[in-house]
Design a protein around this ligand. Sequence first.
Ligand SMILES: Nc1ncnc2c1ncn2[C@@H]1O[C@H](COP(=O)(O)OP(=O)(O)OP(=O)(O)O)[C@@H](O)[C@H]1O
Ligand SMILES: [Mg+2]
Length: 401
Amino acid sequence: MPRDYVEDELSRRSVFKSEHYLSIDYVPENLPHRESELRALAQNFKTLITSPGRTSQKFIIEGPVGTGKTAVAKRFAEQIVQAAQRRDIRFHKLHINCRVNKSAYLVYLKILRQFKPKFPRRGHSPEELLQIIVEILETEDRYLLLILDELDYFIKQKGGDILYNLTRLMDDQLNAQQRLSMIGVGRHIPLDSNLFDHSTLSTLQRNIIRFEKYTASELNDILAERNKMAFVERAVMPETLQLVCEIASERGDARYAIELLWRAGKQADSLESSVIIPDYVRKAKADTHPEIRKEVLESLPRHNQLLLLAAARKLKEGQSAYVTIGEVEEMYRSVCEEYNSESRAHTQVWEWVQDLNAHGVIDTKRSGVGQRGQTTLLGLSDIPADLLEQYLLGILDRGRL
Ligand SMILES: Nc1ncnc2c1ncn2[C@@H]1O[C@H](COP(=O)(O)OP(=O)(O)OP(=O)(O)O)[C@@H](O)[C@H]1O
Ligand SMILES: [Mg+2]
């Protein structure tokens, strides 16, 4: 009998029952240790349901990586929409990732398309888009809760005007109903006075919810639920879970904890073991680099990836903490040749450097006077250069196949 590889694979035993519960996009129903944050949001947003149109709300959720900011904002939005539905209020939610929708125009377009999916991409100014949004909300009697995620990145790039414009949306009209509320989410939203007008600033400063890092025992509760949903019973040893929590508690990062557990499971499957022993976690730890934000690197335009590869190589080569932008550009040109890509001019490269800086991938600073003249120096935030190089090669070579 010839070997049937598909049937082989299908009949293979796995420690996973439903792997998707460990995926990035899954938002669990229950969010242990974020009950008080969810309750605080509910208390503050309650009036949107009890007296629709009377007021609007603006909140900020802030905290370190993997502390559940996005998960809480999404879960909360879901619940408020359901409560509104039960009361026949046309209340909508929209989650916008500001790293992907990089300009006010794109954010507005995304809002508009929630209501008019075929709205054309071009032909209107941002102000016109806003005006159309107002009209739709008004004439169709709708309300919207906007979640502006990764807002810190956006503000660093474009300043705080977007918040001003969005929050002032309804104020121009006499006795207008308040139809738009907002939750801004980010690691740290720079609330300083030169970025915001006075009244937006004072509202936001009063409405900040800060998320703290998770402790090992909190991570344990979070993982215990995932364990039940994602793995076959008894596949994960209690010691294994404990080790994952200990490792991840240094960063207080639930995403890292989940990734470690998932990789340890993969390890068990590849060794055809029916239990996940602690040693698989140690192995998983060596292969996981939480400091590399894969979603960020993967979402970068190809030319930015090439530039970043050049910076990583130059830094590796020089074994120094910083290299000059000139040195990186030189390397960038040879990287472009290697990847059959035409290199871009200095002004464009300069813009990308600013962009990568705002993403938190690279660090820039001005060199001191006299030290190689006045120029911009580039370094890497917290990723070792050779790791970054390897990772980028993975992404770029995949694109080349
Ligand atoms: N309290 C919790 N209960 C269950 N799962 C959680 C909890 N907190 C976070 N998670 C899970 O951990 C992962 C990371 O959470 P989330 O994406 O919300 O973090 P974040 O604070 O938005 O991080 P970042 O700053 O990187 O955007 C997600 O898979 C999320 O579902
Ligand atoms: Mg997030």
